[in-house]
Design a protein around this ligand. Structure first.
Ligand SMILES: [Zn+2]
Length: 302
C-alpha cells in the first residue's frame, strides 16, 4: 500500500514536471497608460476634466494612491514601472539616472526589473512603447527592454507633440503596452503653483489629450480589447513636491476597459505607487519577480 502511494506521488510529481503551471490568461491584449507628472489627487475636487471623469465613471479608481518617499519624480516613476519602493530599487532623488543605493537585484541589463523587462522575458513578441516629455523617464524604465521609446521635446513650442506621437504610435503599432508620460502639469506646478488657475487650465488641456488618445485606441480597432490606465508620480503643494503632505503623496489611479468592473466607483483598498506595475503584470498574466513588493489591484477586475 505504501509503495502504491509512493508511486502515485511520483507520477503526480512527474506530471507536474511535464506540464508546468501555465501563465495566467491575459485579462486584455492591450494596456494604454496615460500618466501625468505632478497630478495631485486633491485636484479632482475642482478640476473640470470630463474625459478623465468619463474613465472614472466607466471603470474603477482611487484618489488615495500613495507615492513612495520622497514624493518626487524619478523615485516614483521608477516605482510605477518597477514594482518596488525606494529602499529596494534605490532611486532616491528627483532626477536620479542611476540608483544611489544599489538596486537589491538587477536583470541582464544591469537594472532593477521593470514591467518592460518582464514583458520582454515572458512575452517577447509583444510590442511595447514608452513615450515621454521628461527625459528623466528613460533612465528608469530599462530602454533595452522596450521596442519603441521616444521623447517629445520642446512642448512649450508644440504642446500636443506627445499626444500626437501617442496617437500615431497606437494607430500604427497597436502596442500591447504603451505608457504616455506628460510632464506639463508638473511644470506649471513649479512655475505658477499647485492648485492655481494655471494648474487647472493645464489639467483641462491634458484632459483633451486623454480624449484624443482614447479616440486613437478606437481608431486602431483595439478599443474592445484594451485597458486604459491613468496615474501620476506625485502631486504637489505650493510650488513644489518631495515632502510628506498628502497633497504631495496622494495621486489618482484610474482603470477602465476590457475586463474591468463597469461603474465600479472608488475602491477602498490601499494602493501604493509600486502596485501600478504589479497590476499591469497581472493584466498580462506575467509572473512578477520576488523582489517586487507591488500587489495587483485584483478587486477592479470582473
Ligand atoms: Zn514628477
Amino acid at each position: 500500500m505504501k509503495k502504491i502511494a509512493i508511486s502515485i506521488i511520483c507520477c503526480l510529481l512527474a506530471l507536474g514536471n511535464i506540464a508546468p503551471a501555465q501563465a495566467a490568461k491575459p485579462k486584455a491584449k492591450h494596456v494604454v497608460m496615460i500618466a501625468l507628472d505632478g497630478w495631485g489627487a486633491y485636484s479632482m475636487k475642482k478640476a473640470e476634466v470630463p474625459n478623465i471623469r468619463a474613465l472614472m465613471a466607466d471603470g474603477c479608481y482611487t484618489l488615495k494612491k500613495r507615492s513612495v518617499l520622497p514624493s518626487s519624480s524619478a523615485i516614483n516613476w521608477a516605482s510605477m514601472f518597477n514594482g518596488a519602493g525606494t529602499e529596494i530599487h534605490g532611486y532616491t532623488t528627483w532626477g536620479s539616472h542611476t540608483p544611489e543605493i544599489p538596486s537589491a537585484v538587477t536583470n541582464e541589463h544591469g537594472i532593477f526589473p521593470t514591467i518592460y523587462s518582464l514583458m520582454q522575458e515572458q512575452m517577447p513578441e509583444a510590442e511595447t512603447g514608452c513615450l515621454y516629455e521628461w527625459e528623466g523617464i528613460k533612465y528608469l524604465v530599462d530602454t533595452l527592454a522596450i521596442k519603441h521609446y521616444a521623447q517629445a521635446k520642446d512642448y512649450d513650442k508644440q504642446p500636443d507633440k506627445l499626444c500626437t506621437m501617442a496617437e500615431e504610435y497606437i494607430k500604427a503599432e497597436k502596442p500591447a503596452f504603451v505608457a504616455v508620460c506628460f510632464d506639463q502639469l508638473d511644470h506649471v506646478g513649479h512655475a505658477d503653483g499647485h492648485d492655481t488657475p494655471a494648474y487647472y487650465q493645464q489639467l483641462e488641456t491634458l484632459d483633451s489629450y486623454v480624449k484624443r488618445i482614447v479616440d486613437a485606441v478606437k481608431a486602431a480597432g483595439i478599443y474592445d480589447d484594451t485597458i486604459i490606465l491613468m496615474s501620476a508620480d506625485h502631486g504637489g503643494i505650493e510650488k513644489g513636491h518631495g515632502g510628506k503632505t498628502l497633497q504631495e503623496m496622494e495621486t489618482p489611479f484610474i482603470i477602465a476597459g476590457k475586463g474591468i468592473r463597469k461603474n465600479g466607483g472608488q475602491f477602498e483598498e490601499l494602493m501604493m505607487q509600486y502596485d501600478v506595475a504589479a497590476t499591469i503584470a497581472y493584466i498580462f498574466g506575467l509572473e512578477q519577480p520576488q523582489a517586487w513588493i507591488g500587489r495587483p489591484m485584483v478587486q477592479v477586475f470582473k
